[in-house]
Design a protein around this ligand. Structure first.
Ligand code: ADP
Length: 534
């Protein structure tokens, strides 16, 4: 199967990742057809399908020093909707990771000397190429992550915009002149690139989580080695193809994919190699802590964007329709698999019943579970069966402790990795779904009486990424926005991410900020120069 995939990705002009119609599960079926891994003949039939995409973008080797390098071993990447194998990808180990770091280190010495204007224009070319290939890149995102094509198209543009944004920021890295207390001295502050950055990314935004980090790193003058998530390496590799085409010099953007089995050794290599100066990670808090331990030994700079437990508070004064609209956007994007998705709905007693009723109606009317490539699908599969089991566990724990299922509540008949969009009421703060990030299409509603109570529940956790609340009372808006212990607040708004604004969390949700004018600082060192005897 590996050969089959490789031959086509290099030789054939088109290669569709979308499963052909006969492999797509039908609503109402057991999902068995969808789960059957395609044989050689079936894979060949992909190439004739209507959803074909440029073979140039479909890469399976690692990308180091501007070259595609096959690894000794490969691992399968599967379509989470059908379970079919999409391709066999290079399974790099620690040796390949160290080699990639050395290559990035060598490239750093020339890349840091490239003028800011030139770095800016190369990033801009990369952005332009992403936009020219946006449809194909979106299909790759849907194929490997399962998210609906419309959402993948949204991610693709969001992802490209980070390159555009940082191409602009590259030219605005200013130092300082500081007035001193002695006449014969002058004090200056220079901002310099840190060096090689190791970038470890998750599967839920296979493209945007890379450009948000890499755009800032390259703009600052750093070089990078990217380890994409094992579930979604194709987007990272497609980006490499376009970086190459844009003229980003060899060794500046490197990608070492690996299987889950090798993530530990590759992660350790990337985080302990003495030639690495910076680690930027997005993923679970548990893995973030492991990487922080690695970083401690050689005192590397780190940025961590970890898990959240976003509260979504609806006060009595809220406009209920606006709140329902925000809840839908915040909860069900990527089937609930984003770290800023609302995890706990706290709804004040006076508005509670009307909110729950309207939320349930909106879910039934607007959400459609299906294959991400099918027109009209809003809820794709979860990334794997483990993710489905977690949602199932949160539902059964809540129900066993007295919660009521308003809608949904079980696996979806569409296939193994699908779960029904679920709304629970009568939820209490001791239930698992109130204490742990569900990362799935589950909306649990807790009823509260006072503002103080809502803030206490919202803050009673050791993480703090995003928080949302709906209110029409200006004084309350100020009070609550200031008191929520999170890095990002949505006031009467359920979708808050944008390239211009700082993304990041407090407490155990992470360190540092990405995007915005602050994001580039994560890749810069401040150097003070004291100039004497003037
Ligand atoms: P999830 O459980 O949602 O996959 P993870 O935090 O485990 O979240 O994964 C995010 C990224 O971290 C992925 O690229 C994954 O391969 C990587 N990863 C997982 N475990 C380790 C580890 N021990 N060391 C380095 N990277 C890891």
């Amino acid at each position: 199967m590996a050969t089959c995939f490789r031959l086509r990705s290099f030789g054939a002009p088109r290669f569709p990742l979308a499963p052909p119609r006969h492999l797509r599960p039908r609503p109402g079926c057991s999902g068995l057809t969808a789960r059957a891994a395609p044989g050689r003949a079936q894979l060949r039939s992909y190439a004739r399908g209507p959803a074909g995409l440029s073979a140039e973008l479909l890469r399976t080797d690692s990308f180091v020093g501007g070259r595609w390098l096959p690894a000794a071993a490969t691992f399968p990447v599967t379509d989470p909707a059908s379970g079919a194998t999409l391709g066999m990808v290079a399974d790099c180990g620690a040796a390949e990771a160290h080699a990639a770091v050395r290559t990035a280190y060598e490239a750093f010495h020339s890349w840091r000397g490239v003028s800011a204007k030139e770095r800016s224009s190369l990033l801009r070319k990369w952005y332009d190429l992403m936009m020219q290939n946006k449809d194909d890149l979106a299909k790759i995102i849907t194929a490997e992550s399962g998210k609906p094509l419309a959402e993948a198209q949204g991610e693709m543009v969001y992802s490209a915009l980070f390159l555009e944004w940082f191409s602009e920021e590259a030219r605005r890295v200013y130092g300082d002149i500081i007035p001193t207390s002695s006449k014969d001295r002058r004090a200056l502050v220079l901002k310099q690139p840190l060096g090689v950055a190791s970038i470890i990314t998750p599967w839920n935004f296979p493209s945007a989580m890379i450009t948000r980090k890499v755009g800032a790193a390259l703009a600052a003058g750093c070089t990078v080695v990217v380890k994409p998530a094992e579930d979604t390496p194709f987007s990272a590799l497609a980006l490499a193809q376009l970086a190459n085409q844009a003229g980003i010099p060899p060794g500046v953007y490197n990608v070492v994919p690996c299987s889950r089995a090798k993530a530990k050794e590759v992660g350790e290599a990337l985080c302990t190699d003495p030639l690495v100066s910076k680690i930027s990670f997005t993923g679970s808090t548990a893995t973030g802590k492991i990487l922080l331990h690695h970083a401690a030994n050689s005192v590397k700079r780190v940025s961590m964007e970890l898990g959240g437990l976003a509260p979504f508070i609806v006060f009595d004064s809220a406009n209920v329709d606006q709140a329902v609209k925000g809840a839908m956007a915040s909860k069900f994007r990527n089937a609930g698999q984003t770290c800023v998705c609302a995890n706990r709905f706290l709804v004040q007693r006076g508005i509670h019943d009307s909110f729950v009723k309207k939320f349930a109606e909106a879910m039934k009317t607007n959400l459609r579970v299906g294959n991400g490539f099918e027109e009209g699908t809003t809820q794709g599969p979860l990334i794997n069966e483990k993710a489905v089991e977690k949602v199932e566990k949160h539902v059964s724990d809540a129900v066993s402790k007295g919660a009521t299922i308003v809608t949904g509540g079980k696996r979806h008949q569409y296939g193994r990795n699908f779960f029904e969009p679920t709304l629970l009421s009568n939820v209490t703060k001791d239930m698992l779904c109130s204490r742990e990030e569900t990362f799935g299409p589950l909306a649990p509603v807790i009823k509260f009486d006072t503002e103080e109570e809502a803030i206490a529940i919202a803050n009673a956790t050791d993480v703090g990424l995003a928080g949302y609340f709906y209110s029409q009372d200006p004084a309350q808006i100020w009070r609550v926005a200031e008191k929520l212990e999170v890095g990002m607040v949505g006031v009467n708004e359920g979708m808050i991410s944008s390239v211009e604004c700082p993304f990041g969390g407090v407490k155990q949700s992470g360190l540092g900020r990405e995007g915005s004018k602050y994001g580039i600082d994560e890749y810069l060192e401040v150097k003070y120069v004291c100039y004497g005897s003037v």
